[in-house]
Write a protein that binds this ligand. Structure first.
Ligand code: ASP
Ligand code: MG
Length: 612
């Protein structure tokens, strides 16, 4: 059996710690072949960054790599010595010596391929191979040293495991594993025994401190068995479960297709509630009522409010359409009126012209703003109008007319190079997986307070508008997180218009506003509204697919604390709500509690937050 173990900076933070890591490696090496990946000792990388900054505010990126890669070189040498001292043959290797080939992008290189010959030779000679994490080499000719970006040694470890076809990859860190939420905000967060890669990726903002999302992406794509556990105990930690992988070449390891599946569902119908009051508790009442009827809701979209009113749109299976309309109608009087008489009355509209949901799925879209815009562009080029959009970390879903579905799927498969041996899934072909009753509907909860929301009002309702907006942002390298376009159409000067809202990192908000303002004549919208004081609270869990009422429960938790929901977007395994930034932590606590994720033990956060 071949095991890859990775030890983070705090696990090798001192000579004593390196010696205890050596003990642990030794134990494993008695029955197995072991490749060890280590980070730089303690805060070494931070200190090196600060040295560079004392010399230059904008240090040359090539020289940064030269500098930062030295940290790992110290720890591999020391760990090898410690192993040898214990009588265990070991050899340290830099990324270049192994042959970890990356793109030439200094300070943020992606791994292209990994030579396994040299490592295998040493392993077969009974040596433990100790590899420097976080680094590679740009090509076999230049031997330019590159680094993968901060936190990148997790990615090195999982990539090595994929290349070596290791039986398991163990990530050792100073926390016991992945927790249900951030323990600094919710001290009775609990350890999860397991989580799927998809869930982990959807929880990227929660999990990124413990496990680099790119590492999860590789594990998911290559089916690496991954576990995250504490280097101080023998506790089992958290298993990160990969699906059965599609066969993929190891060439272009991290550059492989960012999208690896296209899904469609033509069995949906949309129900909209227009001009309902914008205040806490409304979504809770509505979806509470729907849950009581046991209707499985798929997409839920709430766009930005207008005055004191709001629209909420959701989709259900077609067979439930009439029932869903009836439930919504019956609830309407209970929702009350917005106190703006000129807004007219709330109403329920259901369009029974058939719609389809098409989605692109893939771990590789995280941090690559071009992916979503490529989807919108592809649909635009095919002349297909997008009625609704909802996104999550690893999925973009668009609702379109059902008659366009076949054409949309064909165009998307072509554009993202999804061939028939890859994943094209439709609701008809796909038997829903059996409900595993032990699966919790919600696995974890995340809070992101570093986002800002932009709303673009009254964009002409015609093919290509979303494509334009998100291409402009992507061209400026601005990553968009949550995108929603809801169903309501306004009549503006005789043309139909819709609103699109999305979130970006707070630091990108001004730039995004500026470039979209510059494009205003081309886009033809009426205004852009920016709100920087928002927080995003998300619940994630594969079990929610078959549990009606998860959304209702989340909304109820917020309503109980009188927290207003500013925007809603969903995917199959994730529900995200925007709330006021000031209420973010309270919202997180309320949601964590209502799903009974809290344990009776209080989690003590190690004094050094695990960044490296
Ligand atoms: N030492 C590098 C960093 O601090 C890589 C790592 O530890 O994952 O970012
Ligand atoms: Mg780390």
């Amino acid at each position: 059996m071949l095991i890859v173990q990775k030890y983070g900076g705090s696990s090798v933070g001192s000579v004593e710690r390196i010696q205890s890591v050596a003990q642990r490696v030794l134990k494993t090496a008695q029955d197995h072949q072991v490749v060890v990946v280590v980070s730089a000792m303690g805060k070494t990388t931070d200190q090196l960054v600060s040295l560079a900054q004392q010399i230059s505010a904008t240090p040359n990126r090539r020289e940064m790599d030269m500098l930062l890669s030295t940290g790992e070189q110290v720890s591999i040498a020391l760990l090898s010595m410690a192993l040898q001292e214990l009588g265990q043959p070991a050899i340290s290797l830099t990324g270049a010596q192994v042959g970890i080939v990356t793109e030439a992008e200094h300070t943020r290189a992606r791994i292209l391929s990994i030579e396994t010959q040299r490592m295998e030779r040493h392993l077969n000679q009974g040596q433990v191979v100790v590899v420097a994490g976080f680094q590679g080499v740009s090509s076999q000719d230049d031997l330019e040293i590159t680094t993968l970006g901060r936190g990148g040694s997790d990615t090195s470890a999982v990539a090595l495991a994929a290349a070596l076809k290791a039986d398991v990859c163990e990530i050792y860190t100073d926390v016991p594993g992945i927790l249900t939420t951030d323990p600094r905000l919710v001290p009775n967060a609990q350890l999860m025994a397991e989580i799927t890669c998809d869930e982990m990726l959807e929880l990227a903002s929660l999990g990124a401190k413990v496990l680099h999302p790119r590492a999860v992406e590789i594990a998911r794509n290559y089916g690496v068995s991954l576990v995250v556990r504490s280097s101080w105990t023998d506790d089992p930690g958290t298993k990160v479960i990969a699906p059965k992988p599609q066969p993929r070449p190891l060439e272009g390891l991290e550059l492989a297709r960012p999208v690896d599946g296209v899904e469609f569902d033509t069995n949906q119908a949309a129900v909209s509630l227009l001009r309902i009051p914008d205040r806490p508790g409304i979504a809770a009442k509505l979806f509470g009522g729907i849950a009581v009827q046991n209707l499985d809701v798929d997409l839920i979209i709430q766009s930005i409010h207008e005055g004191n009113s709001n629209d909420i749109t959701f989709t259900v299976e077609r067979d439930y359409f009439t029932k869903a309309i009836a439930v919504a109608d019956a609830l309407l009087p209970a929702l009350g009126k917005p106190n703006h008489s000129d807004l007219g009355n709330a109403e329920v509209t259901g369009d029974d012209t058939p719609i389809a949901k098409v989605s692109i799925v893939g771990a590789g879209m995280i941090g690559r703003p071009k992916v979503a815009s490529q989807m919108f562009n592809t649909l635009a080029e095919a002349g297909i109008n997008i009625q609704m959009i909802s996104t999550s970390e690893v999925k973009v879903s668009c609702v379109i007319a059902a008659e366009d579905c076949q054409q949309a799927v064909t165009a998307l498969c072509q554009s993202f190079e999804i061939s028939s041996d890859c994943k094209i899934t439709s609701n008809f072909e796909l038997e829903k997986p059996p409900v595993d009753p032990s699966l919790p509907p919600v696995r974890g909860v995340a809070l992101d307070i570093k986002q800002a929301r932009l709303a673009i009002r009254h964009i002409p309702d015609r093919p290509g508008m979303a494509a334009k907006i998100f291409s402009i942002l992507a061209d400026h390298n601005i990553s968009v997180d949550m995108i929603i376009q809801s169903q309501r159409c306004h009549q503006i000067n005789g043309i139909l218009a819709r609103d699109i809202a999305f979130t970006v990192a707070q630091g990108d908000a001004d730039e995004a506003e500026k470039i979209l303002t510059q494009a205003s004549s081309e886009l033809g919208y009426s205004e852009i509204i920016v709100n920087k004081s928002i927080a995003k609270v998300s619940v994630v869990g594969s079990g929610m697919i078959h549990h009606p009422g998860v959304a209702a429960k989340m909304f109820e938790a917020l309503a109980n604390r009188n927290i207003n929901i500013l925007m809603i977007a969903t995917s199959e395994i994730k529900i995200s709500c925007l709330v006021d930034e000031d209420q973010g932590v309270e919202a997180l606590k309320a949601v964590h509690e209502i799903f009974e994720l809290s344990g009776d033990k209080t989690f003590i956060v190690p004094e050094r937050a695990p960044v490296a």
